[in-house]
Design a protein around this ligand. Structure first.
Ligand code: NAD
Ligand code: TYD
Length: 367
């Protein structure tokens, strides 16, 4: 049995990763450490109830004693750190908690792992630590002169992309905190020989994503005939990665990536926000037969402060070294995602009651 300690495993990507690991392998035990912030939801893991290979620990990655205790008790072979504050708009509103969790939480986890894994001879055995980072640490790219109607570059060979060697240039408090954490992870490797590796992925979408992010928020609003708030001109571009493709990449890099390295993970699915919103409108209308879901719901609202224009990943290294390729085209993944939200109204209902309403008012009323 191999033991993975996964942090943030009750969040969107973390829970998909835990379900992926336990759904595809029987040689794996998962210790799932999550503080259950507003973004953590044990309902994501309901299908694992009674599974002896899933152990849930309600704990904070900033808690030195709790992390040391978990590492001693469960002796994980691999640690995958997903735990973070992850929403850019919240980071603009309240940056401090991003520094606390994303930077200090990571430093604490690195410190505890180093102490637990040190073999006393300067080595760390076969242990491995993977830091889940983001392409947002690289900053923003320009939109190429010629783009297709969906927002992707008309001439992909002539466009610029984020490579692992691209200098870090974060703009938002969120991306600054993630970049800072990446530097600590690298410092642990370069200073102590700590066995770490970093992945930087593009925007994920799929089941269990909290409806504060673009895709689930638009699906949710469309179903309620609420306005669809597009920031600015809506021509910003993101490189969309279906979460299952991301989970396969994390698993590969965690076990087989070269230590000390960074691997970019991208979907080759650059799309403009307007294209995403229009696609959601037409797909949700088709899936529900609800003729009231039209483009009349779109409302352009005040732009996000410091809004990055374009993200685009060159995932060449992970393809060449580890044979990973994204398998889900956006147009396929979005249908699956909408189907999941339509089939899980109780999940949506639970996460959007209470505090979500106040969040929505604060972020969008009068914008
Ligand atoms: P999420 O916000 O859905 O989930 C974060 C999880 O971390 C939640 O379960 C939350 O309870 C937990 N958490 C927060 N603070 C914690 C703490 N102090 N201790 C323990 N647990 C804590 O985030 P996500 O979208 O699943 O993102 C996961 C990781 O992937 C993050 O590190 C994020 O930066 C990165 N990432 C996400 C995307 C994306 O598109 N969602 C893209 C690139 C990178
Ligand atoms: P988001 O899902 O917050 O991810 P990120 O900012 O990390 O890329 O936003 C994706 C894009 O959608 C981004 O350009 C901002 C835009 N957006 C809107 O236009 N309206 C919204 O209500 C939200 C949440 C995002």
């Amino acid at each position: 049995m191999k033991t993975f300690l996964v942090t943030g495993g009750a969040g969107f990507i973390g829970s998909n990763f835990v379900l992926h690991l336990l759904g595809t392998r029987d040689d794996v035990r998962v210790v799932n450490v999550d503080a259950l912030t507003y973004a953590g939801n044990l309902e994501n893991l309901a299908s694992l109830e009674g599974n002896p290979n899933h152990i849930f620990l309600h704990a904070d990655i900033r808690d030195r004693d709790a992390m040391a205790q978990a590492l001693t008790q469960y002796q994980p072979d691999v640690v995958v750190n997903f735990a973070a504050e992850s929403h850019v708009d919240r980071s603009i509103e309240n940056p401090g908690v991003f520094a606390d969790t994303n930077v200090m939480g990571t430093v604490n986890l690195l410190t505890c792992c180093r102490a637990a894994w040190d073999d006393g001879k300067g080595g760390f055995g076969d242990h491995r630590y993977l830091q889940v980072s983001t392409d947002e640490v690289y900053g923003a790219l320009q939109i190429p002169e010629a783009v297709n109607p969906d927002g992707s570059p008309a001439d992909p060979a002539g466009a610029t992309y984020f490579h692992e060697t691209t200098p870090l240039s974060p703009h938002s408090p969120y991306s600054a905190s993630k970049a800072s954490a990446d530097f600590f992870v690298r410092a642990w490797h370069d200073t102590y020989g700590f066995p770490s590796v970093i992945t930087r992925c593009s925007n994920n979408y799929g089941p269990y994503q909290f409806p504060e992010k673009l895709i689930p928020l638009m699906i949710h609003n469309a179903l309620l005939h609420r306005e669809l708030p597009v920031y600015g001109d809506g021509l910003n571009v993101r490189d969309w990665l279906y979460v299952e493709d991301h989970c396969r990449a994390i698993e590969l890099v965690a076990e087989h990536g070269r230590l000390g390295e960074v691997y970019n993970v991208g979907g080759h699915n650059e799309r403009s926000n307007m294209y995403i919103v229009r696609t959601i409108i037409s797909e949700v209308r088709q899936a529900t037969g609800d003729a009231a879901i039209t483009e009349n719901l779109i409302r352009h609202v005040t732009d996000r402060k410091g809004h990055d224009r374009r993200y685009g990943i060159a995932p060449n290294k992970i393809r060449e070294e580890l044979g990973w390729e994204p398998q889900t085209r956006f147009e396929v993944g979005i249908k699956k995602t909408i189907r999941w939200y339509l089939d899980n109204p109780e999940w949506v209902e639970h996460v959007t009651s209470g505090a979500y309403q106040q969040y929505y008012e604060r972020m969008y009323a009068g914008r």
